[in-house]
Design a protein around this ligand. Structure first.
Ligand code: SF4
Ligand SMILES: [Zn+2]
Length: 281
């Protein structure tokens, strides 16, 4: 029988390699060619920072902790699980997305296609998020687009995962998640027309912790015209328009500094890699 080695005897440092990989820098999407809705809706999103990065370049890399990577992986797995189960339950019917075959060569955008890939002979039954866009610049990927068969209209489904404490206290869809879903709904309306899209959006939550009894899911179907959502969605797209105008104008006049950053000592400014340019331009 082999000798059981103590951890310090193990020279190849298994966990060390995982942590080093976890800590590889993450590229921020600010200042990119495309702007994602999920960045644009964040309460601390800074239009000036995007403008600086776009005009002057600079580091967009940010450090990520292993805890973040693990929690993100759990969240993605839980969301994928819900998507997969819903597709199976519906035999892929009444779901709109980007369908791919097993080898990824064949793709189809729209409702589940009744065809097979010429290369791998598998059905195109792998659901992927569809990319929607606004003025070919702002992009959004709804977690799912389903057909509400009662009204025969498309409906955006946004899936979020959370820990047990947050989940247990959840009585309604969170405002930020609703704004995100309603922004995706706007992109869907732009593509398919108002008459083809439900006024409602669906926000689904999944609990990441195990708990005996109780379902780990909650769903909230919300009217996109309620709770000041139209105004909030309008503000998001007004910001997008203003940023697009800046990019097209070649102007050197940057958008004003964010309210959170009155001086270099403010927390947000301290955490911003563009703060020295921001306060010197
Ligand atoms: S320091 Fe503040 S205002 Fe300036 S770019 Fe960074 S986040 Fe925006
Ligand atoms: Zn294939």
């Amino acid at each position: 029988m082999g000798r059981i080695k103590k951890t310090e005897d193990i020279s190849f440092d298994f966990i060390g390699k995982v942590i080093a990989q976890d800590m590889s820098l993450e590229q921020d999407r600010c200042g990119d060619e495309y702007m994602h809705i999920s960045s644009l809706i964040q309460p601390d999103f800074c239009e000036r920072r995007d403008a600086i990065l776009y005009r002057h370049g600079g580091s967009k890399a940010r450090k990520v902790r292993s805890d973040d990577r693990v929690v993100w992986a759990m969240g993605r797995a839980a969301e994928n699980h819900i998507r997969k189960q819903y597709c199976s339950a519906m035999n892929n019917k009444h779901i709109v997305g980007l369908w791919k075959c097993k080898c990824g060569t064949s793709q189809y955008r729209g409702s589940f296609p009744d065809k097979e890939c010429d290369v791998c002979n598998s059905k195109l039954d792998e659901y992927n998020e569809m990319t929607l866009s606004y003025k070919k610049w702002v992009v959004g990927n709804p977690d799912m687009i389903v057909v509400d068969t009662r009204e025969d209209k498309l409906m955006v489904v946004e899936i979020k995962s959370m820990n047990k404490k947050e989940f247990d206290n959840l009585k309604d869809a969170k405002s930020l998640h609703l704004v995100q879903a309603c922004c995706y709904r706007k992109l869907l309306v732009d593509k398919y027309g108002e008459g083809k899209v439900s006024e409602d959006v669906l926000v689904v939550y999944v609990r990441k912790d195990y708990q005996f009894r109780d379902t780990p899911y909650k769903e909230f179907r919300v009217d996109s015209q309620s709770r000041a959502m139209p105004t909030q969605v309008q503000q998001v797209f007004e910001t997008a328009d203003s940023m697009l105008n800046f990019r097209k104008s070649k102007s050197s006049l940057l958008p004003p500094r964010s309210n959170y950053c009155n001086n270099l000592e403010d927390t947000k400014a301290k955490n911003c890699l563009q703060c020295s340019l921001c306060f010197n331009l």
